[in-house]
Ligand binder design. Structure first.
Ligand code: ATP
Ligand code: MG
Length: 245
């Protein structure tokens, strides 16, 4: 579903190597958690997957479509929730959602059904007619999630999606992620909440200083030790070694 091959990215004319030759495969039916300390390269990787940043070297394909060679097809196969809430503040919530649905050619019947479903689920239906600039942080996050899922993309790419959501909304989104994967689709998401990753993810990848230092199920990462994900994460990212890779 998502194939990352030998991908690198530098900033500041090569002075900062944010992502250093990473390769990953995320399969259909899988919730994949992307973990790593601040500045490790998670958002940079996600921006390359979604075609926001050009790739310096390597390739990324989404459902078989190369994000650089076939960007439209690749983007039609994914829904993206960024880590910031920069959104068209002057639009009303419903105008934003209709705009996104137009961009992705979502037919009228389907868009109404999906917009209603998510706005009701996130309890923001009453605010749909209000300008986005009046929304709270969490309401903007819910609106962006709704917009990202309107075209029913098989691959969800979520950058710290639970940040700012209240416990109920966070629970609902996690349920949606589970159901999405149970239908044979895929979720790739970054998080700092290790308890969430431990409970929700089928597999986990840990990135540190631009390099993937571990990939596997929680059981595989644990190896012989009966460790929590927190202690595995801390020991791996402190050592910076590839012990579990
Ligand atoms: N626009 C930019 N210009 C220069 N350096 C950048 C830029 N964006 C990110 N970086 C650097 O690239 C590295 C990776 O950053 P990135 O945002 O991908 O990390 P992250 O894993 O998402 O971190 P966080 O957990 O804080 O969100 C960091 O060293 C960061 O300072
Ligand atoms: Mg980030």
């Amino acid at each position: 579903m998502l194939k990352i091959r030998n991908v690198s990215k530098s900033y500041s004319k090569g002075r900062v190597k944010a992502v250093d030759n990473i390769s990953l495969d995320v399969r259909p039916g899988e919730i994949f958690g992307f973990l790593g300390p601040n500045g490790a390269g998670k958002t940079t990787t996600i921006k390359m997957i979604t075609g926001i940043l050009p790739i310096d070297s390597g390739t990324i394909t989404v459902n078989g479509y190369d994000i650089e060679k076939e960007p439209i097809q690749a983007k039609m196969n994914m829904g993206f929730v960024p880590d910031n809430h920069d959104v068209y503040e002057r639009l009303k919530g419903i105008e934003y959602l209709n705009f996104i649905a137009d961009v992705y050619n979502v037919p009228a019947e389907e868009r109404k059904e999906r917009i209603d479903k998510y706005l009701e689920m996130f309890e923001i239906k009453d605010a749909a007619g209000d300008p986005i600039k009046s929304y709270s942080h969490g309401m903007k996050q819910k609106l962006i999630i709704t917009g990202a899922l309107l075209h029913k993309p098989p691959l969800w790419i979520l950058d710290e999606p639970l940040t700012g959501l209240d416990p109920k909304s966070s629970h609902l989104l996690k349920e949606e992620m589970n159901q999405h994967c149970a239908r044979g689709n895929t979720v790739f998401f970054s998080t700092h909440v290790l308890e969430v990753a431990e409970k929700l993810c089928h597999r986990i990848g840990i990135i540190n200083k631009g390099k993937i230092i571990a990939v596997g199920t929680i059981e595989e990462l644990r190896k012989s030790e009966d460790a929590s994900l927190e202690s595995i994460f801390l020991s791996l990212t402190e050592e910076g070694s590839g012990r579990y890779a």
